[in-house]
Design a protein around this ligand. Sequence first.
Ligand code: FBP
Length: 548
Amino acid sequence: MKKSALQVARAAYQPKLPKALQGPVKAVEGSATQSVGNQEEIKALFPNTYGMPVIEFAAAESENGQAINVGIILSGGQAPGGHNVITGLYDGVKSLNKNSKLYGFLMGPGGLVDHKYVEFTDEFIDEYRNTGGFDIIGSGRTKLEKEAQFESGIQILRQLDIKALVIIGGDDSNTNACVLAEYYAAKNYGVQVIGCPKTIDGDLKNEQIETSFGFDTACKTYSELIGNIQRDCNSARKYWHFIKLMGRSASHIALECALETQPNVCLISEEIEHNNMSLDDVVTYVAKVVADRAAAGNNFGTVLIPEGLIEFIPAIGKLIKELNEVLTDPATGESREFDSKDAQVAFVKGNIAPENLAILESLPKDVERQLCLDRDPHGNVQVSLIETEKLLSAMVAAKLEAWKKEGKYNGKFAPQHHFFGYEGRCAAPSNYDADYCYSLGYNASRLISNGKTGYMSVIKNTTAPADQWIAGGVPITMMMNMERRNGAMKPVIRKALVKLDGAPFKFFAAHREEWAQNTCYVYPGPIQYWGPSEVCDQCTKTLELEQA
Ligand code: FBP
């Protein structure tokens, strides 16, 4: 494989580890834990993995150095640093005993079920150190949730003598990892299951998990691009750029990019929901900023739009909830099958409440269709396919036109559209993500050698220099509550949305008026790997403000 000079230099980077993981460790256990909600239900569903203590690793004289075979799975959307979790785990199990083996299941959880795997070797693993992407073994969105899948999995795990499985995923995949851990524990199958917090969306975080990996690099990549657009925007002074940013539900990515680049407008879905705003309210808010800037002679600007916006507009959110229920077969809990897309749309329209039908039909045809059609395997609307940036700019244009007729606006409005998502998901990891991911993987090897199952690998105190990071594990059941999914109550890890009383949002809210009217763009530039620490080792502004 031909490599650029940067790739060659980057491959030689040795990621940093927390001090505790630099030699033998022992697990220091805290007190018993409980789930964040619905304690009785979660306890009953997870009798073998509920209530376990939080763990912190401390230096020890020696440790269990038995050879062990471990399997790893990449689940869901790509996130920068995934390869380093694997290289960290590989180095971790080899440091315990050089005869340990690491197997990778191919193309996501489906690889476990279908018995498709590779064995990692030094040569193979070295090709992927500090690289972006999930191409080392591929990823997939197969949901691991059925007994038949677990049983198929145990066959290949036994065949390869694998005693522990590491699942790298977001909230849904880690929920399923916990279900699998519980199942194998209940059956006494002797296979441990450990999760790792991944997603660029940044919504898998809580008191125990500071951030999901990939969020840092993805946001820095998008912020570089937004900065470049803002420079262009401020040079030509003739366009309004509507920029949609990935992050299926939560607005963490949009908020972080706003903190990094100071755009004229950034919409935060959670605030829109909280203020019970309609689509027209949102459009009016953006149009007002455009009109005010035009009055000051500035017919240009930038608007950041979180991907999940549409679902958070309360009336549309209610509609989507009903659509999800209608699209689920109550007998099986699975998605209903239809002969054609038209049949699916017709069925939906014939089976929803009149007020929801009215909302649905008020939306542009392509959005209407998208909402009625495809769901991902976890039952989520595929918001990345809805062109919210175009929907909004068209509605803002219409509003400005109406204001023009009323003599309230006399500017020029020329929109440009962008969607940043896939551009950042496989970027080469920043130093933060390279170190964090390597540590998460290495740390997982210690959770395994300490006999843990149903835990997520966690690294804390990551705003401090890496050698002060704290390594350990948190029981996955501790993060769970019961939520309605596809028409039934299910145990799930609680998703972290943007907190309106949190420091990152408060900082943004305190500055947004100034950013709207004055042009005070920040141009962050590309991720740097070498140089002064304040240039190349910085975490996200979100994390910095949260931990301050
Ligand atoms: P994960 O939560 O699985 O990491 O994926 C997040 C995400 O990148 C979202 O931001 C986006 O909505 C979605 O994946 C896109 O999915 P797909 O890769 O299937 O198009």
